[in-house]
Design a protein around this ligand. Structure first.
Ligand code: ATP
Length: 236
């Protein structure tokens, strides 16, 4: 088997005294889209934060192209090739769309410059029409598109997307889904946290179902989507 781009192995994480991840193992192969599924509080966001070094793991390992990067700072992990779009997007509200993209634009590991601002705008024509608008004046869906585009111009080797469709109007859910699908066709490796099984099934190759900070099961996404156990695990 080819070495996965990102491997999260036996990850343990806690907020103060309360442990929330109990040995989570997730592998993201090159060019694949892997979904972390689970209801609110299952540990999807915590897994991403721990992988990104925002919440230093209490145990286990994070490996990028086989290299142990556990405990590195978020800025170092970004330079090494992990792109992260947090649930709350964190775009700069006082900067324009163009400026938000310009400050994030840089070559990836090895000097790779696949994703220039121009190339990204080909996939996000809506953003092209909003280049002069301040980030804070965008709708939630437009901000989500900008957050994904901004992560992409950093030329990551793997992109972590935390619930990209959450809270969006249906028309923007479709716009974000279209973008994620386009990225998949372009071969972008992604780890996607998602509660929406329908959306996950449209884009993901493989699913991991989290429950109470552990992997309940994993498998091909279309098998996960049909599994009654998975549907139960995701039901609120
Ligand atoms: P969500 O969709 O709500 O983000 P999730 O599956 O991503 O759900 P996490 O956010 O990873 O779940 O939360 C896992 C557990 O950690 C939950 O029990 C949650 O209450 C707890 N938790 C999350 N953030 C904190 C925090 N900052 N301090 C303490 N506990 C937290």
């Amino acid at each position: 088997m080819e070495q996965p781009v990102l491997e999260i192995v036996d990850l343990q994480a806690a907020y103060g005294p309360s442990q929330v991840l109990f040995g989570v193992t997730v592998r993201v192969p090159k060019g694949k889209v892997v979904a972390l599924l689970g209801r609110n509080g299952a540990g999807k966001t915590t897994t991403m934060k721990a992988a990104m070094g925002i919440l230093p793991p209490r145990g286990g390992q994070v490996r990028l192209r086989g290299q142990d990067v556990t405990g590195r700072r978020p800025s170092a992990l970004a330079r090494l090739g992990i792109g992260y779009v947090p649930e709350d997007r964190r775009i700069f509200p006082d900067l324009t769309v163009k400026e938000n993209l310009a400050i994030a634009s840089r070559p990836g590991p090895g000097g790779r410059r696949t994703w220039t601002v121009e190339k990204v705008l080909e996939l996000f024509p809506l953003l092209g029409r909003l280049m002069g608008r301040k980030g804070g004046l965008l709708s939630g869906g437009e901000q989500q598109l900008l957050a994904v585009a901004r992560a992409l111009v950093g030329n990551p080797e793997v992109l972590l997307l935390d619930e990209p469709t959450e809270g969006l109007a249906p028309v923007m859910v479709k716009a974000v889904a279209d973008v994620v699908q386009a990225l998949k066709r372009e071969g972008v490796t992604m780890l996607l946290a998602e509660q929406n099984l329908g959306f996950a099934n449209q884009v993901a190759d493989w699913g991991y179902v989290l429950q109470k900070g552990q992997v309940l099961l994993e498998g091909p996404m279309e098998v996960c989507a049909r599994s009654e156990e998975v549907v139960r695990a995701l039901a609120v």
